[in-house]
Structures are given as structure tokens and as C-alpha cells.
Design a protein around this ligand. Structure first.
Ligand code: ARG
Length: 587
């Protein structure tokens, strides 16, 4: 029996063919296949209703015609029922479940199955995420972009896209004027040697305060910026030092989060590429001078008809918008991007709306095909007070400290659970569980909303948490360890037949839904759909494990239960890895 990885999209194709064969109006019928409530089936086609209603036909009669035109193979793979006013319900036969589990038995098989049915296969995706500003430490506000961006990158690659991870760091802002001024006047060399990034942050504040208190400092800082932009060697050297130190500090965080960028092309990289932008946008009539600045208005937008998109400042300097315009051109022309994804917090919505509107008009005017541009926004991390998370004294929480605290707290959880594990192993597990808990707390929420950062809830073995899922993984590993078996070894599964008991069938039906979950997550660019699925899968596994003993004498029963254990493990591990978490085998 041929069984594709993505059963829902297969059904969709079969229903389209059946619609043509049954004489339904070509092009007017969409099957609308959805994952069904398991009480009714595995998949449900809802499309008949709308089609029949619009034509004043009896929906049940249309559904019957459609079902009669389905190919015989499909009717063997599913039991099919027409329900209610004209839904078509499809329930997988146990033999189909077995065939799916046999085919998708390794990570590679899952990945090639996912890519085969994927609309993004072969596309080039540039994912712009993390992208902090240099000269400052990463704080809790930088967590979400890094975590969500990494998950989206992995999901896109799994779906068959070529993914280029680009860290668009803010390394060329006006902050450097004040910073260089302070570096020259207030540098604490001991502080610099001890913790350079800390010292740069202090200098930045000092420069800011001094410039605010004294206009001559403000002017001097501006002059430093102009010198930097003009290529003054001394200022360039200071600037480079600040960026190098910042990037090294960022890298420590990325290592902990399992992030590796392909490119780190910051704003400075586009310095020599903005003149072309000014020229082209002016030439096609999009940009015009206004009070010395170059701006774009969008007459077709209620707000942006009056709210300018400033693409060159009145002092002639490039800004965030000019570099972002140049960046899109670079991504299209040099990186050959089909899709560019921007993982940036929701407060920058206006910027991205204006940017994308401008690019679409500019590219249309110059006969260029724009890449698909996706703004992946996200809400704020809140403290338990409901306000943005800060330290008690009101400072931003450094990401470095947050991840250290996560590992410390996870250490207590691990020690409580497995006090007999050697100390070093408990520390290693705690590092995985701690960081994973922080990542997962973020990824398990719909990214568009704010979320409350609550240690007790996120580092817990109960609920939709990383620790719960990692523990489920460790538990399945231990089943195989105790039996001296390797999960998924073909020899162990030779005698496995189709699932039989209600718990076996329920678990197998949940396993095949992995395809839906990963597809939904990448289609909507919302990783929480995958997280929720993994949580439900782990729950289904628990029910199965409580209901059905794995180590039984009957070889066939044992083999098929071990197969279910191995596939659950495979899907949980693949899924958590796609979300960017590190894994473990004992906990
Ligand atoms: N550096 C910016 C910030 O910290 C984020 C950059 C996002 N990426 C982009 N292409 N604009 O706000």
C-alpha cells in the first residue's frame, strides 16, 4: 500500500480528482480537508456544504456522488462516512496506520516525506532573527526573536527549503557617536579588561547623560559619528572593537540556544548600498525630499499617507529604513531569496508595513519580482505583575543571567527526580532542561500575544512544558535500555502487525498527525502548533503505556508495542529538535 507522509494533502488530491470524475463544476469545489475530532475520524472534508448550498443542491447527495467516485485504494485505506448535513469523515484503517509507521521510521524518512508534500520545497528562505544592536548586552527582550526565529528556520528546512539564517545586527546607529565620544573621554581601562561589554554599556549611558546635560558634548558626539561615517581610522578601530566584543558575547548566548547563523550582515554592511536606493526610489517617483529628508508617503494608506517613511535623514545619513530597503534588494539579487522572514517584536509593525509597501511598489516600478515578505511579530515577555519583565530594581534582565538561573532551577528539579544520578550528569541534564524550558515556554504560546514569564510554571514536570516532554522522551529511552534494545531497530519490529487495542490505535492515529502539525506550524509561521501537538502526543503515549503492557510474552504484541514506543520517541525527538531544543536520553 502506498501511504504518503502527509495523508491530508493526499486526501485533498483524491477528492479533487473524484470531484472531476463525479461531474462537479471544475474549479468551483474545494475539498477543505481538516484534521478531525478523533471521535469522528482522522480527517474531515467540509467542502461539500458550501458547494451544494451555493447551487441549491442537496449536500448529502453531492457527498454520496463524491464518495462513489473515490478510488478503490482510498476506500481500503480509510473507512468513509457521510455525517450530518454533508461532511465526509475519513478514519484510518489499522493497516494504513501500520504502513505509515513502517514507512516513516527514521528522521530522514520523516524529513523527506515532509519535503515531498511541501509547497516550500526548493525555495530559498532568508530568516532575519535575533538581530540585536551591538554595544549592549542581550536582555530578556531579545529572547523571543532568537527562539522563534530558530524554530522557524528549522521548520522551513524540514519542509525542504534552503534556509539562510541572517543576523541583521544593529551595528551602525547614531549610538556610536556618543559611545565613541565617551570612549575617548571616560574609558575605565580596568573595567574594559574585566568585562568589556559591561564597560561599553556603562560608556553608552555616560555618553548619553553627558550629551543630554551639555550641548557641546552633543555636538562633539555628532562630530565623532560623522568622522566614523567618513571612514576615520581611529573611530573605525573603536567601532570595530565594540562590535567584535559584542558579537563574541552574543555568540555565548547563541551557543546555549543552539543557534548558528549563516550570515551576520549588519546595518554597516549596507552602508555602500544605500545610494542606489535613494536614486531608484526618487527616480520612480516613490520618494521625495521633505524638509531636507528623503521620505516615502503612501497615498493609498489611511495613516501612511501622512506618516512619512523616512529613508534618508535630513543630515544626509542612512537610517534603519534605508538599510532595510538595501537589505531586501541584496537578499533578492545576491541571496536569491524567494521568501524573507523578519522575526521582530510587534512594536515595529509600522516600520515593516511601510517597508513592505514601499518595496512592492518600488519593485513593480522596476520590473522586479519581490520575494514573499513575512513579518513574524511577537508580543512582550511580562513579569508576574503583568508589566514587561524587569529586575527588582527596574533594570532589564540580562539574557545571560536568565539562562544561568534557568539551569540552576532545573538542577533542583533534576535532583529531586533523580537524586542518585552522578553530580556531573545532573548538571548536564539541568543545562538542557533549563534552557529548553525557557525556549519552550516561549514557543508553546501563540507568538502574537504577550506572555507571563513564570519560573514555577515553566520548569515543571506538569503541563505543556519542556521538562514534561523531555521526561517522556527519557522514559521511552529507558524502556529500550532495560530491554537492551535500540529504538526503531528493524529486527525488533519484524513481527509487528497493525495496532489492535483502543490505546494502540489512538496512539498510532496521533502519530500520523505529526505531518499536519509541522505543516500548520510552517504555513502559519507559528511554532506553537507543533508544541501543542507534541504535548498531546505525549499524553496519548501515557494513556497507551498505562493501558497496555509492552513487555508481554506474545512476540507479535510485544513487537507492535515496541514499534509504537519507538515511533513516539522518534516524533517527539524530531519535533522538539525542530523547535530548537536540545535532547537527552536520561532524566
Ligand atoms: N536591530 C533591530 C532592533 O534591535 C532589529 C532588526 C530586525 N531586522 C531588520 N531587518 N530590521 O530593533
Amino acid at each position: 500500500m502506498h501511504v504518503s507522509f502527509n495523508l491530508a494533502s493526499d486526501l485533498e488530491a483524491a477528492l479533487n480528482a473524484a470531484a472531476a470524475a463525479a461531474g462537479l463544476e471544475a474549479g468551483a469545489f474545494a475539498p477543505e480537508v481538516r484534521t478531525a475530532d478523533p471521535r469522528h475520524g482522522d480527517f474531515q472534508a467540509n467542502g461539500v456544504l458550501g458547494y451544494a448550498k451555493a447551487r441549491k443542491l442537496n449536500p448529502r447527495a453531492v457527498a454520496e456522488k463524491l464518495v462513489a467516485a473515490l478510488p478503490a485504494g482510498l476506500l481500503q485505506a480509510y473507512s468513509v462516512a457521510i455525517a450530518g448535513p454533508g461532511f465526509i469523515n475519513f478514519t484510518l484503517q489499522p493497516g494504513t496506520l501500520l504502513a505509515w509507521m513502517r514507512l516513516y521510521a527514521t528522521r530522514e524518512a520523516l524529513a523527506s516525506g515532509a519535503a515531498a508534500a511541501s509547497p516550500i520545497r526548493g525555495q530559498t528562505w532568508v530568516v532575519d532573527y535575533s538581530s540585536p544592536n551591538t554595544a549592549k548586552q542581550m536582555h530578556v527582550g531579545h529572547l523571543r526573536s532568537a527562539v522563534i526565529g530558530e524554530a522557524i528556520s528549522r521548520l522551513a528546512a524540514f519542509g525542504g527549503a534552503k534556509v539562510i539564517r541572517d543576523n541583521h545586527i544593529g551595528d551602525w546607529g547614531t549610538q556610536f557617536g556618543k559611545l565613541i565620544w565617551a570612549y575617548k573621554h571616560e574609558l575605565d581601562t580596568i573595567g574594559l579588561a574585566r568585562d568589556p561589554l559591561e564597560e561599553f554599556e556603562r560608556l553608552y549611558k555616560a555618553g548619553n547623560n553627558a550629551a543630554e546635560a551639555d550641548v557641546t558634548v552633543m555636538d562633539a558626539a555628532r562630530a565623532e559619528l560623522v568622522k566614523l561615517q567618513g571612514g576615520d581610522p581611529e573611530n573605525l578601530a573603536i567601532w570595530k572593537k565594540i562590535n567584535d566584543v559584542s558579537l563574541a558575547a552574543f555568540q555565548q548566548i547563541y551557543d546555549q540556544l543552539g543557534i548558528r547563523f549563516d550570515l551576520t550582515l549588519g546595518e554597516s554592511f549596507y552602508n555602500d548600498k544605500v545610494d542606489q536606493i535613494y536614486r531608484e526610489l526618487a527616480a520612480c517617483g516613490l520618494a521625495a525630499e521633505s524638509q531636507g529628508a528623503l521620505v516615502v508617503f503612501h497615498a493609498d494608506h489611511p495613516r501612511f499617507k501622512d506618516q512619512p517613511f523616512i529613508i534618508r535623514k535630513s543630515d544626509g545619513a542612512a537610517n534603519y529604513a534605508s538599510t532595510d530597503l538595501a537589505t531586501i534588494l541584496y537578499r533578492r539579487d545576491m541571496l536569491k531569496a524567494d521568501v524573507a522572514v523578519y522575526v521582530v517584536d510587534t512594536r515595529q509593525r509600522d516600520h515593516f508595513d511601510q517597508l513592505f509597501m514601499t518595496v512592492n511598489k518600488w519593485f513593480a516600478a522596476t520590473n522586479r519580482q519581490p520575494p514573499r515578505l513575512d513579518y513574524v511579530d511577537f508580543g512582550t515577555v511580562l513579569g508576574e505583575s503583568g508589566k514587561p519583565l524587569k529586575t527588582r530594581s527596574g533594570e532589564n534582565i540580562k539574557l545571560k543571567d536568565l539562562l544561568t538561573e534557568a539551569a540552576d532551577r532545573a538542577y533542583d528539579l533534576v535532583t529531586g527526580k533523580s537524586p542518585d544520578f552522578p553530580e556531573a550528569e545532573r548538571c548536564a541534564i539541568a543545562a538542557v532542561v533549563g534552557v529548553g524550558s525557557v525556549q519552550y515556554a516561549d514557543l508553546s504560546q501563540n507568538r502574537s500575544s504577550d506572555y507571563v514569564f513564570a519560573w514555577e510554571k515553566m520548569i515543571s514536570l506538569e503541563g505543556n512544558t519542556a521538562a514534561y516532554l523531555l521526561y517522556a522522551i527519557a522514559r521511552i529511552h529507558s524502556i529500550f535500555r532495560k530491554n537492551n534494545l535500540t529504538p526503531g531497530a528493524p529486527g525488533t519490529e519484524l513481527a509487528a502487525g497493525a495496532p489492535e487495542t483502543p490505546a494502540e490505535i489512538a496512539l498510532a492515529r496521533k502519530l500520523v498527525k505529526f505531518a499536519d502539525a509541522q505543516r500548520l506550524a510552517i504555513e502559519t509561521l507559528r511554532p506553537h502548533f507543533l508544541g501543542l501537538y507534541l504535548y498531546e502526543l505525549a499524553g496519548e503515549f501515557s494513556s497507551f503505556y498505562n493501558a497496555d503492557k509492552v513487555n508481554v510474552d506474545d512476540a507479535a504484541v510485544r513487537a507492535r508495542r515496541l514499534m509504537l514506543c519507538a515511533r513516539t520517541l522518534l516524533v517527539l525527538e524530531t519535533g522538539l529538535d525542530l523547535l530548537g531544543l536540545r535532547l537527552l536520553t536520561r532524566m
